[in-house]
Design a protein around this ligand. Sequence first.
Ligand SMILES: [Fe+2]
Ligand SMILES: [Fe+2]
Length: 265
Amino acid sequence: MTQALLLIRTKMYNRYILRKNRKGNVVMGTLTEAIQRHHLSLAKTLAAHARGVDGEPDSERDSFVAFLKGDLLPHARGEERHLYESIDALVREHGRPTATMMVDHEFITAYVTKIEGITRQLKTAGDGDRPRLLRQLRELSLQLDAIVQLHLAKEERVYLPLLERYVDEARQREILHAVHETYEEERIMPNDRPLDVRNVVPRERHTLIFDTFAALKPGDAFVLINDHDPRPLYYQFEVEHTGQFSWDYLEQGPEVWRVRIGRRG
Ligand SMILES: [Fe+2]
Ligand SMILES: [Fe+2]
């Protein structure tokens, strides 16, 4: 490594590893701090490049590629070589290996909510807003596409081979059946009845909602439409109908909240 390159590397390293304490002295930060800081910087740089990628000049794209190869990929390699080994052991002992997949699902759900929101806005948007909304919709859809592709690859390359190898066929069929049942239960039926409580006086809302739930057949659902996050209602359902209901946010504000509330089969 040349002297100059070494200096740049050291500077980069210091930027993430060192920080000032309360007294203003430079100290070594924690591993978490350093990684979070590096992540933040990677994410910011990546987002900035992504926005400018179809602009001018060519040198902008060259510096994008330089960043990808010179910063993003080395970060991944550093983690693979030195961080994941420790993480593997920790997850085995204290963690839940599928927790990372749940984070994916959380992101996927958030993207769906955003895409639905923009799709609805587009129906009434004026000509002035349409190009911006369409551009956002396209960006979000492509980002979701990338996340889903990655997620499916993880399930297919890491999880399914484990099932194939270590779980007998009868149990595999049981799992498949259970997965499919939940899928059917949670599917949003186009004929889900909407229950808009925005014009109902607040003290009558919960009674109306619980009456509607009581009238549901197993597997059926309604879509609650509200002007605030009905979180407290969720907790009430948890207490009064433990294990009997499903709860899926279809839209989470800022003006309208829509939740599909179903009765489990
Ligand atoms: Fe990372
Ligand atoms: Fe999944």
